[in-house]
Design a binder for this molecule. Sequence first.
Ligand code: AMP
Ligand code: ZN
Length: 468
Amino acid sequence: MERDFTLKIFDTKSRSKEALRPLTENVIRMYTCGPTIYNFAHIGNLRTYVFEDLLRRTIQYFGFGIFQVMNLTDIDDKTIHGAIKAKVSLKTFTQKYEEAFFQDLKTLRIQRAEKYTAATDHIPEMIEMIEKLIKKGSAYVSEGSVFFRIAAFPTYGALSQLNLKDLKVGASNRVQNDEYDKENLADFVLWKGYEEERDGDIYWNSPWGKGRPGWHIECSVMAIKHLGETLDLHVGGVDNIFPHHENEIAQSECYTGKTFARHWMHASHLIVDGRKMSKSLGNFYTLRDLLEKGYTGREVRFLLLSTHYRKELNFTFEGLESAKHSLQRIDDFLKRLDEESGETYPLLALNEVDRKFTEALGDDLNISEAFGVIFSFIRETNSLLDQGKISFGEKQAIKALFLQFDAVLDLFTAEELSIPAVVEELARKREKARENKEWARADELRKEIALLGFLVEDAPSGSLLKKK
Ligand code: AMP
Ligand code: ZN
């Protein structure tokens, strides 16, 4: 539906709210930095993906098309280290976490991006980009590795508001690691020369010898290949601003000579006890942890969605309980709308509610205000319903309005059947076994699924899970 409101977003680069409009064809071309698939995503990572889901749904709500690309980082220090430690190929190692990631997206009702891309499928394009950067003098080879010369890009630091003049940067100053802080600003790696101890038998051939790409070049290549030289919008978590996105801008703009992304947006972190939730700090929960405690994907989605994306979200179980209660209030309200009795109430101002909700979203995705509109409407309407006001026709109109809001929120329909992640995983394995005609294995898996209280029914279109 065309909407007559402007969608404004807070742009990290200008540090101000700007109208978001596509450059061409009424479609927003958006690149989102995806997961490093060496472990299960924690709910901090998932907060960023839920925010990106709200963003893409809001873009569509405002009448634009969306083309979202998300990368799956399958080449970096962590995935390679994991594969070597597990003594399996890189693909075998990352596949498990890739599958888990897509499962998490489904549980949290996150719309799928138009395209998912993996670094391992883009090595020739990465080599091509690095070669061109060397030719242009923006990069140089050193002992089998290639580094980006940040002094060759005068606006380096603009996104993270660094002043290059105040910092000592020289060719002797370079980093091999993909992640480092602003105090260690240096020429960064585009291609990492092979090191046996670090890389095992995982490497690719290049004009500079055996090795592998750095993390930053992966995103530049995949973004440009699938979205063109200038994107409308580039998104990630705040930890991506420096050095990852800063480096993406430098490489891409030196390569194309054009603006890399017209807009940048970043989600604040989910924290626990005042610290960022992260795998390295060991203070993390995965979605599976919360499902095992009996919470549903919808409840976790509500929790992750309901704090504005530029505010830190302090994760607590009380917060999750309160998300559960808020959803219960919505469910109870929607149930009341099915009651057929009631007198007409001519003062019901649904257009006003619609306008306020849309304006809130259009103001940099002000979700707290959008929920504020919904909950005060529920409160007022509940009191009218108590008085026997509001006819069945009006109730249906309210329902239709909530359905419209749900195109953005995806919270109002209860889980038809909550299937624990472990059961889904067993069902997927069974599906694979059947594809490979391993009937005995498929049968074993059916029994395991039955022990967890579920039946599998095989239909021509695929298998269905039902509660026993
Ligand atoms: P990674 O798998 O570490 O590459 O991170 C994937 C995405 O999650 C990136 O966009 C990060 O910025 C984001 N992220 C990482 N930690 C957190 C956190 N604690 N809260 C919110 N987002 C996070
Ligand atoms: Zn990235």
